[in-house]
Design a protein around this ligand. Structure first.
Ligand code: PMT
Length: 401
């Protein structure tokens, strides 16, 4: 599966902040994801990092001076602006932000931003007090109103030694935001996709839960794939060890009942619901208010009651997708679920098969449609499975408008 950044023309502008060292990692990650990266270094940035560093792994000329007669790109200073599919300024200093808000074009980077038709993404980095200053807030607000995507800054340790808001967002997270911006014209643009992920936890007492082996990876991959195809993506996540995917609205829940309530609210009127979560089918009738002591008794009997079926009960989504985790009779069980749960697609995975199901980065699935189409896919990454499922969803959507 190609990365959403593969062969995309990214102009990476770097301005003079101590956070410029993170831009080295960002450029490297972009190149590894297959993007064509053209770097523009401001004069201030050149104090922190060198053109040679970026040239070494982008294998492309680095622009440092608008009027450099030796730079082929500088001569035709709008060339990069025209070629760019996205212009990313990371880190964006308070000074550059102010220049961009004013529409100044006094160097190669600001000229490029002003001349481009491509979307622009800024990752601010500055001292906390500079970020809080009304001038900065106003400038950022103005840029956002013009359609610029502003990511961050994040809170944490600052170069000044203080803690606060001002840190540039980490390169890995920026990559997700860049993919989201590049995907804004994808086949799911204009739709909302709600995805569930992870295994719900049903408390027995304040320290013990009934749960299952779901890591959340499958659902998170669906959320990322939907985001990369332009959807507004909402993720309802049961507890997992995963970090929230960038540019996705995440709602954390614990129990099956909480997940049901969140889905009922968030999936009302949306285009697509994908239930990749492993929802508890049963929960304890009672949750002890205090930790149950080991005591003298040899056994502990817990009475369970059935949870409501979220997928069956939900009203609103135009296309509904379920996942079936099976350990036997994969196809017939999935067919039965497709029939009884009233959904459009069921994705069946044999969770006993190696590299498939719980916890793995890959999955081997069969996609069954209410239209009778059955697609048996080989083992592939969960992100790729997600795209194959969304290919089927995208085909169903036009008829459901
Ligand atoms: O999270 P990973 O480690 O990446 O693993 C991925 C996965 C194996 C969990 C995933 O691919 C998967 O199969 N998810 C569905 C697991 C499951 O609970 O299947 P089920 O057959 O019990 O449920 C069928 C469908 O009904 C599912 O879409 C489920 O979300 C939904 N359901 C189940 C119970 C319930 N009370 N309400 C529901 O909506």
């Amino acid at each position: 599966m190609k990365s959403p950044l593969s062969n995309r023309a990214v102009v990476l502008g770097i301005t003079g902040s101590i956070a410029s060292y993170k831009a080295v990692d960002l450029a490297s990650k972009l190149v590894q994801a297959g993007a064509q990266v053209d770097v523009i270094l401001s004069r201030g940035a050149s104090q922190f990092v060198t053109a040679l560093t970026f040239r070494s792994f982008t294998h492309r000329p680095v622009v440092t001076d608008l009027f450099d007669p030796d730079s082929e790109l500088a001569v035709e200073h709008v060339a990069l602006a025209q070629r760019a599919e996205i212009v990313v300024v990371a880190p964006a200093t308070v000074h550059t932000i102010a220049k961009l808000a004013l529409g100044l074009a006094d160097d190669a980077l600001t000229t490029t931003v002003l001349a481009t038709q491509a979307p622009v993404l800024l990752a601010p980095a500055m001292d906390g007090r500079m970020y809080e200053h009304p001038a900065t807030r106003e400038n950022l607000h103005k840029l956002e109103e013009r359609g610029v995507t502003v990511v961050g800054p994040a809170e944490g340790h600052l170069a000044s030694g203080l803690r606060g808001w001002g840190r540039m967002v980490e390169p890995g997270e920026l990559l997700g935001h860049i993919a989201a911006v590049l995907g804004h014209k994808g086949d799911l643009a204009g739709t909302t996709v709600v995805v569930t992920a992870g295994g719900t936890q049903e408390p027995l007492d304040p320290v013990r839960v009934l749960t299952n082996r779901s890591s959340g990876k499958m659902g998170y991959a669906v959320a990322e794939a939907a985001r990369d195809r332009g959807a507004r993506t909402v993720l309802v996540a049961a507890p997992t060890a995963l970090t929230d995917p960038p540019a996705v609205e995440v709602h954390h829940v614990g129990t099956a009942l909480e997940m049901g309530a969140a889905v009922a609210k968030l999936a009302r009127g949306v285009a697509v619901l994908v239930m990749a979560a492993a929802v508890a089918d049963y929960r304890p009738v009672e949750t002890a208010p205090r930790k149950v002591k080991r005591g003298k008794q040899e056994t502990w009997t817990v009475e369970l009651t059935r949870t409501p079926d979220i997928l069956m009960g939900v009203e609103g989504p135009r296309v509904k997708v379920g996942f079936a985790a099976e350990t036997e009779d994969l196809l017939s069980n999935a067919r039965e679920k497709l029939r009884t749960k009233g959904v459009d697609l069921f994705v069946a995975n044999d969770v006993t098969s190696p590299g498939s199901g719980f916890g793995s980065d890959t999955n081997e699935v069969i996609i069954l449609g209410r239209d009778g189409v059955v697609e048996k896919l080989p083992l592939m990454s969960k992100y790729e499975v997600a795209h194959r499922v969304l290919d089927r969803v995208a085909k169903l959507l036009p008829a459901r408008r």
